[in-house]
Design a protein around this ligand. Structure first.
Ligand code: FE
Length: 283
């Protein structure tokens, strides 16, 4: 078992409101879990009630990190102050490197029906916080799906699986792995991970068993996040129903983090500078 990862801690999300009144569940970036270096925030949104999401996220800035939006259902239109615009559709990914700064809006395109997905914030190293903004956007058909012998399927957004399926997004600064994994009831899924990268499993359908540090199986339920220990491999066994989860990992930055709303820098002075630049129209 040497090198196997186990569950260090299980986190439940916290219901919150953001943007212009969007109801969501914050799983990373709450009082339960401040961050998991380099992951600063994980928001989960899932509602069939337009009142929960229709007001969207009107124009707001970002600086110093990346926002990763992955939609399971529905459509989200985004537009920024540099003229970049598009729609993220069901199964699509937008990996936005905010760098030195963008001002954008993120608005549900649909008027009704289910809207579901995730937004993950990933920190940038000090050396690249002021980099030129960059988008990596891929619709569902451009995200490869690997199928394993037991019927498990893995959508690979970034990084490569142990079987060599690689996702379209590239980010060498934190070398992330972002997988959307579906495992049939009672079946198991194992995957190699870089030993010292921080990693989590966020379960969004069914339940799953993962091992703890005693080698006992613990149950992780829908909407729970399991923080993993370091190690070379993770195994997840689906419960009595099929399980679907995100498996996400990346290299920790181990740098000081200063936060100010939509800005994440290394020092309070850099946060003051970000507000000053934004308020002076320098984004
Ligand atoms: Fe945003």
């Amino acid at each position: 078992m040497a090198g196997s990862r186990y569950v260090n801690r299980i986190i439940k999300g916290v219901a919150t409101t953001d943007g212009a009144g969007v109801e969501l569940t914050r799983v990373i970036g709450s009082h339960e879990l401040d961050m998991l270096d380099p992951f600063l925030m994980l928001d989960v949104f899932r509602s069939e009630n337009p009142d929960d999401y229709i007001a969207g996220f009107p124009p707001h800035p970002h600086r110093g990190f990346e926002t990763v939006t992955y939609l399971l259902h529905g459509c989200m239109r985004h537009q920024d102050n540099a003229g970049h615009e598009g729609v993220i559709e069901t199964g699509g990914i937008q990996w936005m490197t905010a760098g030195r700064g963008i001002v954008h809006s993120e608005m549900p395109e649909q008027q009704d029906g289910l809207l579901a997905g995730f937004q993950l914030w990933i920190n940038l190293p000090a050396s690249h916080k002021m980099t030129t903004p960059l988008y990596q956007e891929f619709n569902s058909s451009l995200i490869p799906t690997e199928t394993r012998e037991n019927g498990s399927t893995i959508r690979v957004i970034t990084g490569c699986t142990q079987q060599g399926t690689c996702g379209p997004v590239h980010q060498p600064l934190t070398d992330p792995l972002y997988l959307d994994v579906s495992v049939p009831a009672g079946q198991s899924f194992s995957e190699s991970l870089t030993r010292d990268h921080n990693a989590f499993v966020f379960l969004f359908e069914g339940s799953a068993g993962l091992l703890n540090d005693q080698g006992e199986e613990v149950s992780v339920n829908t909407d729970e996040l399991a923080i993993l220990s370091n190690g070379d491999e993770i195994s997840v066994r689906a419960g009595q129903a099929a399980a679907r989860f995100l498996l996400v990992a990346a290299r920790p930055l181990n740098e000081p983090v200063a936060r100010g709303g939509p800005f994440v820098m290394n020092t309070p002075e850099e946060i003051r500078q970000a507000f000053d630049d934004y308020n002076s129209g320098r984004f």
